[in-house]
Ligand binder design. Structure first.
Ligand code: PXP
Length: 239
């Protein structure tokens, strides 16, 4: 059975457009919980373009399902994670000018050798650690060395495929990577650009434990309401 993580960043994007108090992503998180989501993800970015520290603080006090903080591996955000203790942290690369996360972490890059200690500090505080990486065996092996709990496979290339053939090509790569990761004992999550149509092929991959989906759910919620948008996605991923 696949689990659904709802990313509420884009509710905060609308709030930040006017720097006001609504719509409140905390309210969206509560509705997602009520609709049956398994976890809530928020990405606190360096430029604070959507979710804010206050959102993490209030969600930690109000949400009963798993809370996942997506963040770049900076000292500032590690301190924030250790202060509020979300259930899990998903580490992502972050570029200031990007529209959204563009690719997975390169765990093999020497500049990322600090991650071993970084992940250990989070894990020692009881936080599960997941690394957002591309569907690549070398990256998965490196994640194993870092002794993290999970990986989140970047589905960006799959979701941006130009046609069915290309999508199937990337789906197979994701499938193979998921099987490899699970055979090595890593929980496997997936996220980035997943919508109500392209989720269907990924749902066939039993090894994927958790789908993390934001933009398509928040977009649909404009027309159906948030609860129905979450329920519609749960229906697809549990089929
Ligand atoms: N997972 C990760 C690591 C992400 O960076 C994002 C985008 O914030 C998502 C999942 C959700 O992606 P989308 O909003 O495209 O569904």
């Amino acid at each position: 059975m696949h689990r659904l993580g709802v990313n509420i960043d884009h509710v905060a994007t609308i709030r930040q457009a006017r720097l006001g108090s609504y719509p409140d992503p905390v309210f969206a998180a509560m509705i997602a919980e009520q609709a049956g989501a398994d976890n809530i993800t928020l990405h606190i970015r360096e430029d604070r373009r959507h979710t804010q520290e206050r959102d993490l603080e209030v969600m930690k006090k109000t949400i009963n399902i798993k809370l996942n903080l997506e963040m770049a591996a900076t000292e500032e955000l590690k301190e924030m994670a250790l202060k509020y203790l979300p259930d899990s942290c998903t580490l992502v690369p972050e570029k200031r000018a990007e529209l959204t996360t563009e690719g997975g972490l390169d765990l093999l890059h020497p500049a990322n050798s600090f991650l071993k200690k970084y992940c250990k500090d989070l894990k020692d505080s009881g936080i599960e650690v997941s690394l957002f990486i591309d569907a690549d065996k070398n990256q998965i092996e490196k994640a194993l060395e870092l002794e993290v709990d999970a990986i989140e496979i970047n589905s960006g290339r799959y979701s941006e495929a130009k046609n069915k053939k290309e999508a199937e090509h990337f789906a197979k790569i994701i499938e193979e990577a998921s099987k490899f990761a699970v055979s090595k004992g890593l929980k496997t999550h997936i996220g980035h650009g997943i919508n109500y149509e392209n989720a269907k092929r990924l749902v066939e991959i039993d090894e994927i434990d958790e789908f993390n989906i934001g933009h398509s759910i928040v977009s649909r919620a404009l027309f159906t309401g948030f609860e129905a948008a979450v329920r519609d996605m749960i229906k697809i991923i549990s089929e």
